[in-house]
Design a protein around this ligand. Structure first.
Ligand SMILES: [Zn+2]
Ligand SMILES: [Zn+2]
Length: 316
């Protein structure tokens, strides 16, 4: 499924078999998760995609030697810029991202740099494993950035939040879920995966929170989240794109509250999280679509009509 230009539907195309270059593997794609970032690419909010582009960066595939591997968003780094040398390859100045700079997994075959592929834990069917590769990974990194917060608010309860809630509960934290106002089904879903309280994004939780992770791409949630934080609390913005954050009184930030973003992932995040997921154990809730239904999956995600994570089944 090919993006020719932002703002257009993806086009089903018969492309030549991709040729693996040095250090690359050819993978038979089994499943590929649909991420909100894909939507930002297709809708033109991320402005520098390779074109034409095969989107998709939560790829579960089988290598020619039979290994089942995951291909995440971080597809290549230079290994030598100041960020790479500091161990912060997620900030690499020349990073290439899967399904943005490199063709991704909305396809039957993909090539990927072997050094950035992650082993998929046993016990997860392909479609259950796919959302671990970005929703899970970025959610995990976001939770780490929340420090040792005990009471954690999650704004936007989709693919990432439903995984983070399970990891956080496993670590003995408490989860408070914020959905679109009036989304009773979303709130019920949040409670079913471990939230002790669920309400609308403008609601006051029953107590102050130590951290809030904002997954929804709505800037107005940042001051809303600050307003429910205890002293010293942190708002973590987990998405790659967000509408403008409205101005707010300094009082909301005072008392050492912080706002920070999370960008991309490191390979170490991937290895840590994929080792942790089966121990929790994380159970992903997925809605599956055929590869040819990618536009439908994206549209449902755009409308907030997916419960958990959307996944394309790509195997022929
Ligand atoms: Zn670098
Ligand atoms: Zn993603």
């Amino acid at each position: 499924m090919v993006l020719d230009a932002p703002g257009q539907p993806l086009r089903a195309a018969d492309l030549p078999e991709p040729e693996p270059g040095p250090g690359q593997l050819l993978l038979d794609v089994r499943a590929c998760g649909v991420c909100r970032t894909d939507l930002h690419v297709v809708d033109g909010e991320l402005t520098r995609p390779k074109l034409p582009l095969v989107p998709g960066h939560q790829i579960v595939g089988i290598a020619e030697d039979g290994r089942r591997l995951g291909v995440p968003w971080l597809g290549w780094t230079d290994g030598e810029c100041r960020y790479c040398r500091m161990g912060r390859e997620n900030l690499c100045e020349h990073a290439r991202f899967t399904g943005y700079d490199l063709d991704g997994g909305y396809a039957e075959r993909v090539v990927a740099d072997e050094r950035f592929c992650l082993p998929i834990p046993d016990g997860y069917p392909d479609e259950q494993a796919a959302p671990l590769l970005c929703a899970g990974l970025i959610g995990y990194r976001s939770l780490r950035m929340a420090g040792d917060a005990e009471r954690v608010g999650l704004y936007g309860f989709g693919a990432s939040a439903h995984i983070v809630a399970q990891v956080a509960r496993h670590e003995g934290r408490r989860i408070f879920a914020f959905t679109k106002p009036g989304d009773a089904d979303g709130q019920e879903f949040a409670r079913s995966v471990g939230a002790e309280w669920a309400g609308g994004s403008g609601d006051q939780p029953p107590e102050e929170l130590d951290a809030a992770i904002v997954f929804a791409p709505a800037g107005e949630l940042v001051p809303a989240a600050l307003a429910v934080l205890a002293r010293g609390g942190t708002v973590v913005c987990a998405g790659i794109h967000m509408s403008d954050i409205p101005s707010f009184p300094y009082e909301l930030l005072w008392e050492e509250r912080q706002i920070r973003s999370v960008a991309n992932l490191t390979r170490a995040d991937g290895e840590e999280f994929l080792a942790l997921a089966p121990q929790v154990p994380v159970r992903t809730h997925v809605e599956t679509f055929a590869l040819a239904e990618a536009n439908d999956a994206l549209d449902r995600l755009r409308r907030g009509a997916i419960t958990g994570a959307a996944v394309l089944i790509c195997r022929a």
